[in-house]
Ligand binder design. Structure first.
Ligand SMILES: *Cc1c(COP(=O)(O)O)cnc(C)c1O
Length: 427
């Protein structure tokens, strides 16, 4: 792990230019790479040597940015993907096959819920969803012999529940499977799930990491802590020879710290091609350079707006773990001592119609299917990101129909509060 503090890694991690090299990370806008001999290239195809040959699998610009994110999370290996969805899918599909099973928090991003509950079910991978607040007995009961992973979000989008990472990690490890944590909303500036026992961390870099609404992307980081060989029968993809690579066994050849990401790149990137473009990785890196500075302001604005809303007579409930009365406040104090995020969700009295009036009257906060960028925006999840869900599923995910999710940007908080106050007055 890096000797530098997170702020320094945000600015300088992942790329250290040598004498005369570009100060900013170079965009290697090339699909392919030249070799002197076929033999040299053959070694790359056999995973006998490391290097680049085709940007669908790996690209130097993407790798520099992945290395920065890996360092920020305190992992041993990392990779970028085309989107957060691709990161979640790859992280799970890298260790789950037809007939396998996932234990997932029910309080997760709507897209991830669809991925697991619908699309992965079509691949024969089933899931049991548990509330992040379930009892130890309920969590225990969700496991089956064919369970291969536990999944949750540090701060869930949009319900803003906080995952008790240590508790979920302990349960996963009792059953010999890794905990995968989507750390998109917290970012490694707020929380490093690996320090609390998570084995794999995923990101939608589209959100705070990019931070400017510029480029869709994702990332996966491996802690290197999960001992695949100790549970070899559960994870044959990592612990038995891969015939598509001349019989390489990933966990043996690349060790505990490298096996997961190497397999994910060599097999899933090769076959699915959900790669990030070097241009997008460059934008992502620009965002990462100020992530630590921006997160502090996002949290400050989120806190101020949550406090304002909590005291407003037209607001039924506010969900923000930074509020002392929030059910997740104690978990937030443990896992997110420096602030949670800029996203606040709240229910306006009068349900969906009142929420619609409120949103139409906002001037600074725009209606967008997005969160976590420099400009404040808001959304009614039930009519957008979560519209595939039934009423019961919405309730289970902690997303009532009248909920407004507001992503506080980097503007002056007094201006934002004035905007919200006048929109509430119009109801
Ligand atoms: C947005 C989001 C995703 C999906 O990421 P995309 O980059 O939009 O594919 C996954 N998880 C969380 C928590 C998100 O907020």
């Amino acid at each position: 792990m890096s000797a530098y503090r997170k702020d320094t890694v945000c600015v300088q991690g992942g790329y250290t230019p040598k004498n005369g090299e570009p100060r900013q990370i170079p965009i290697i806008q090339s699909t392919t790479f030249k070799y002197e001999t076929s033999e040299a290239m053959g070694k790359l195809f056999d995973l006998e040597a490391s290097g680049y040959f085709y940007s669908r699998l790996q690209n130097p610009t993407c790798d520099m940015v992945a290395a920065k994110i890996c360092e920020l999370e305190g992992g041993t290996a990392g990779m970028l993907t085309s989107s957060g969805q691709a990161a979640s899918f790859f992280a799970l599909f890298n260790i789950c096959s037809c007939g396998d099973h996932i234990v997932s928090s029910s309080s997760i991003y709507g897209g991830t819920f669809n991925l697991i509950a619908v699309t992965m079910a079509r691949m024969g991978i089933t899931a049991t969803f548990v509330s992040p607040d379930c009892t130890d007995e309920e969590l225990e009961a969700a496991f089956r012999p064919e369970t291969k992973a536990v999944f949750g979000e540090t701060i869930a989008n949009p319900a803003l529940t906080v995952l008790d990472i240590e508790r979920f990690a302990a349960a996963a490890h009792r059953h010999g499977v890794p905990l995968i944590v989507d750390n998109t909303f917290a970012t490694p500036v707020g929380c490093r799930p690996i320090e609390w026992g998570a084995d794999i961390v995923t990101h939608s870099t589209t959100k705070y990491m990019d931070g400017h609404g510029s480029a869709v992307g994702g990332a996966i980081v491996d802690s290197g802590n999960f001992d695949w060989m100790a549970h070899a029968d559960k994870f044959p993809g990592l612990t038995t020879p891969d015939e598509s690579y001349h019989g390489i066994t990933y966990a043996e050849k690349f060790g505990q710290g490298g096996a997961f990401i190497t397999k994910c790149t060599a097999q899933l990137m090769r076959d699915f091609g959900c790669t990030q473009s070097p241009q997008s990785a460059y934008y992502l890196n620009l965002g990462l350079e100020s992530l630590h500075v921006r997160m502090a302001r996002h949290c400050e604005n989120g806190q101020a707006i949550a406090e304002f809303l909590a005291s407003h007579p037209k607001v039924e409930a506010v969900h923000y773990c930074g509020l002392p009365g929030d059910p997740y406040h104690a978990l937030a104090e443990k896992y997110l001592p420096n602030g949670s995020c800029g996203v606040v969700s709240f229910e306006i009295k009068g349900g969906r119609p009142a929420a619609e009036v409120f949103m139409s009257k906002l001037r600074l906060a725009a209606i967008e299917t997005h969160v976590a960028d420099a400009r404040t925006c808001c959304l009614n999840p039930a009519t957008s990101t979560h519209r595939q869900m039934t009423e019961e599923q919405l309730q289970a995910a902690g997303v009532p129909a009248g909920l407004v999710r507001m992503s506080c940007g980097l503007e002056n908080k007094a201006d934002l509060i004035e905007d919200i106050a006048s929109a509430l007055a119009a109801i």
